[in-house]
Design a binder for this molecule. Structure first.
Ligand code: ZN
Ligand code: ZN
Length: 398
């Protein structure tokens, strides 16, 4: 039996890693992200300029000849942003948490409904796509429901790490899948390399979900209003922030978007702005509240004389986004310090090497990084068999 593995996108960038595993009759596509596409882009154009993965039968009228399914490791745009361009109705597998979040984002108009049959894949249960078997393993990343994937054809084993970190709340999940893989020696291990993207900066100290909560708790010690800007898809963090606020005798007030997501994800008794608490309430007793503020509603903060502002990986995420300058200018003009108290969802370079050592694949392929060659070099230096894949490259396994 012959299985081919084709690297379709995302070899030297953080956006849009896509890989296809194919036999004579079946095709499994892993992650379906996109790097950047203007709002009015057409699938045809994005296909011809290589922004969409080279899978013409999914985006045009060209017929496909194989049973096909797409698997989404988690609901970040760089792993699922191309779904909305599907023109052919395609089965798309994701975890229950991802599917629930996706449905809510679509309901709120934050994602467009894809031409997909969304199906749920449970961790540790096999899904059969023709003669290929896919298994998901729970992992740790800064979004709920994140998994990594293993694909087998009965003779060969291929692994897509998805995004992963070792210093989140669930390192035992990462240990579980690396130990499993160690016993089964994958033929190919695609490993993310996000944190190899950045130049060494010793002043940039590592921050974790735990430090987010510590900094948040410290900020709440004052009697000012505390304003936070987290990312709505990191629901576990939202839940932890809410619990920490209650511990500090404050109520965390969510906007409609965040309250809707929390409700959809099964979190009840959350406080919604306008419905449960008003701006006037917060003006009267600022020390009793924490206000979640999305950049879209930045000028809501005009209502407060003073507050502290904790940026926790919400939008705008960094200075590559023009809105970031707007945010910093607004806060500067208000005399409020911008406190960066977010945390990365990605493993440190050392932890990525540790994961590769633990997995001990026959071949490790770094990608999902602006500098995968740095990761490749570091892997080789510790004796890991490494290959830097190129866009469009196909590996054949007989
Ligand atoms: Zn991610
Ligand atoms: Zn990613």
């Amino acid at each position: 039996m012959t299985t081919t593995v084709t690297v379709l996108n995302g070899v030297d960038t953080i956006g849009g890693n896509v890989v296809a595993f194919e036999t004579q009759t079946a095709r499994v596509i892993m992650d379906f992200g996109i790097n950047f596409a203007p709002a009015d882009s057409q699938p045809d154009d994005l296909l011809s300029n290589g922004v969409l993965p080279a899978l013409p039968d999914l985006f045009t009228g060209i017929a496909g000849d194989k049973q096909t399914a797409i698997f989404i490791s988690h609901l970040h745009l760089d792993h699922m942003g191309a779904l909305k361009y599907l023109t052919k109705l395609t089965p798309v597998y994701m975890t229950m948490e991802s599917a629930t979040l996706y449905a809510e984002l679509i309901r709120q108009g934050l994602e467009s409904a894809p031409n997909a049959q969304v199906q749920v894949i449970a961790p540790n249960k096999d899904v059969q796509i023709g003669d290929l078997t896919v298994r998901a393993f729970a992992t740790d990343h800064d979004i709920m429901g994140a998994v990594m994937f293993e694909v087998t054809d009965g003779q060969h084993r291929f692994v897509h790490s998805g995004d992963v970190r070792y210093d989140g709340w669930h390192p035992e999940r990462v240990t579980a899948w690396t130990q499993y893989l160690h016993e089964h020696r994958p033929d190919l291990f695609f490993v993310e390399g996000t944190e190899f993207s950045f130049d060494d900066d010793t002043s940039r100290q590592r921050r974790t979900e735990a430090t987010v909560l510590t900094d948040f708790t410290n900020a709440m010690a004052s009697d000012e209003l505390v304003v936070i800007n987290p990312y709505e898809r990191n629901v576990e963090r939202l839940m932890n922030l809410s619990a920490a606020a209650r511990q500090a005798n404050r109520e965390l007030v969510w906007d409609e978007r965040f309250a809707g997501i929390l409700r959809a994800m099964g979190v009840s008794n959350e406080i919604m702005l306008g419905q449960d608490v008003t701006v006037a309430d917060m003006q009267q007793q600022p020390g009793r509240y924490v206000l979640q503020n999305h950049f879209d509603n930045l000028h809501l903060l005009d209502a407060f004389d003073t507050f502290s502002y904790l940026h926790m990986n919400g939008e705008p995420l960094g200075d590559y986004d023009p809105r970031y300058a707007e945010l910093t200018a607004y806060l500067a003009q208000r005399g409020v310090a911008l406190q960066l108290v977010g945390a990365s969802g990605h493993a440190t370079p050392d932890d990525l090497l540790r994961i590769a050592v633990e997995v001990d694949a026959k071949m490790t392929l770094p990608w999902h990084s602006f500098h995968p060659e740095r990761e490749a070099e570091a892997l080789r230096q510790i004796g890991i068999e490494t290959y830097l894949p190129k866009k469009g490259e196909t590996f054949t396994f007989e």
